[in-house]
Design a protein around this ligand. Structure first.
Ligand code: ADP
Length: 496
């Protein structure tokens, strides 16, 4: 299939085309009320998104429900082919969607937005290729009976997104849901909805009407209306711990499955035998400094063996100094803006609490932009904090900003205990040349995604999901599709 460009080339024209609409049943449906979306880098209003009320949200569920039986009845590989083709189409129009994403999130186009589009498109191709894995089993129950299990779709899936990496998180949810034969209503993130709409509309060219629908609105009116709707068969949510709890309760009220990807405070343990240069690069990648640290997987607690501490901090600070903080759309920029003034205030208050702590050292690296047309308050320097007690809020709580806590360690048992001592359990990394240390630490770290000598983000085919208050369920893998977007039926046939 060749893909004819669907979106206008100008990102502001794309944004204008989604003024106060939802995508329901294959068309743009106007909504009575709008909410302004601003470019965090400049403070300028870039568009009006839909502020859907419960009734407008329910219309999307009705469309998804109506489209369900025909979509589920298609051969799995046909669904897979369409989802994979949609992935290639998204890749073909990636640049304009990346620019929309840059405008609404303040993430730098070169270091973040283009890469996000590439992963989003790849996830669609990856899951498209897994369609024939929707297999059941034969069970040796009785020689004269045929006992099999089959995988069935669940029905209408509600996929609720946050603003930090909306397109990757959208595809982690909708690609397996669609390939498995479900229909979907996506609830976009109100701070950054337009790239989600643009990507969805490209995908919709490859899907029957109503199979994929997108609504926007605030949490209480739109998100809660979705989770409470009687025709939603499954909720998949990425966002804050607090809202995750509310969403889980909404699912419990109707006994439907809920997948949650919530916060994190991921430890990075650097052993004395680790390669210093690699750990510095790993810390910059792991902390997602080029995403302003706005990542649930951020390696935000760096435990460095005391023998390496000063060399590590010098090298890390030196490299961070060189990253360019500025206009996210500028090709030279490495680091863009925090998503909102509110979030920037939260981050600053954490740093202020650290600065007020005796013995703590706060290093702010890099230079803030001086351009008059950029919002001064939303740019922040990568910040390293040393010398905090383990029970300090900056060590225990998710800051969701460009702030890494660096703790020196000498005792291996103690560092493992510290690494496991938060309520989260999303990710952890260990840096060592010793296989026995790697085996021991990976077995003992209480996190769902544990890496040695690397700090990668979400990868297709690698199950990703947290323990503890970081959430429930896995994403990005075959297992994620089978376990979270199908139900297993057991059939026993007796012709004795
Ligand atoms: P973040 O702080 O990353 O924005 P939130 O947890 O506040 O995370 O929001 C994540 C998503 O959940 C957003 O799309 C938001 O609108 C939605 N949301 C917020 N409150 C609710 C709710 N009560 N029910 C369902 N969805 C909600």
């Amino acid at each position: 299939m060749t893909h004819d460009p669907f979106l206008p080339a100008d990102p502001l024209a794309v944004i204008a085309s989604y003024a106060q609409v939802n995508l329901i049943g294959g068309v743009r449906v106007p909504v009575g009320t709008g909410m302004a979306v601003t470019n965090p880098a400049t403070g300028a209003r870039i568009g009006m998104a839909a502020a859907s009320n419960p009734g407008e949200t329910a219309a999307a569920v009705a469309a998804a429900k109506a489209a369900g039986p025909a979509w589920a009845a298609l051969p799995a590989r046909e669904r897979g082919r369409r989802v994979a083709a949609a992935g290639r189409a998204l890749a073909a129009e990636a640049e304009v969607v990346a620019r929309v994403l840059c405008l609404e999130t303040g993430k730098a186009i070169r270091t973040e937005c283009r890469g996000e589009l590439a992963v989003a498109a790849d996830l669609l191709e990856f899951y498209g290729g897994l369609a024939s894995e929707l297999k059941g089993e034969t069970v040796p129950f009785h020689p004269r009976s045929l006992t099999v299990t089959t995988r069935e779709p669940l029905g209408v899936v509600a996929a609720i997104l946050p603003w930090n990496v909306p397109l990757v998180l959208m595809m982690l949810k909708i690609a397996p849901a669609l390939v498995a034969g479900n229909t979907v209503v996506v609830k976009a993130a109100e701070e950054a909805p337009f790239a989600t709409f643009a990507a969805a509309e490209i995908l919709m060219q490859y899907l029957p009407d109503g199979v994929l629908n997108v609504v926007n609105g605030d949490g209480p009116d739109c998100g809660a209306a979705l989770t409470a709707h009687a025709d939603i068969a499954k909720i998949t949510f990425t966002g804050s711990e607090e809202v995750g709890e509310v969403v889980y309760k909404a699912g419990a009220g109707r006994i439907i499955p809920v997948s949650l990807e919530l916060g994190g405070k991921s430890p990075m343990i650097i052993c004395a035998d680790a390669d210093l240069d690699k750990t510095v690069t790993g810390a910059i990648n792991g902390m997602r400094f080029t995403r302003q640290g706005q990542s649930c997987t951020a390696a935000s607690r760096i435990y460095v063996h005391s023998s390496l501490l000063s060399a590590f901090v010098d090298k890390l600070a030196g490299k961070l100094e060189k990253l360019i903080i500025g206009d996210p759309m500028d090709e030279a920029t490495d680091i863009g803006t925090i998503i909102s003034a509110r979030q920037a205030g939260v981050i600053r208050s954490y740093v202020a609490r650290a600065a007020a702590t005796p013995q703590a050292i706060v290093l702010r690296c890099g230079t803030l932009p001086k351009d008059a047309d950029l919002s001064p308050d939303l740019f922040m320097q990568p910040t390293l904090i040393l010398g905090l007690p383990e029970d300090h809020p900056c060590v225990q709580e998710e800051i969701f900003g460009p702030v890494a806590v660096i703790q020196a360690w000498d005792n291996y048992e103690e560092v493992i205990a510290s690494a496991n001592a938060t309520r989260y359990g999303l990710a952890a990394t260990v840096w060592t040349d010793s296989l026995s240390t790697a085996l021991d630490a990976t077995a003992r770290l209480d996190a769902g995604y544990v890496q040695v000598n690397q700090n990668l983000t979400i990868q297709p085919n690698v199950s990703y999901g947290g323990f503890g208050r970081s959430g429930l369920g896995k994403e990005a893998s075959l297992e994620a599709m089978l376990d979270h977007f199908t139900r297993k039926k057991t059939i026993v046939m007796n012709f004795d």
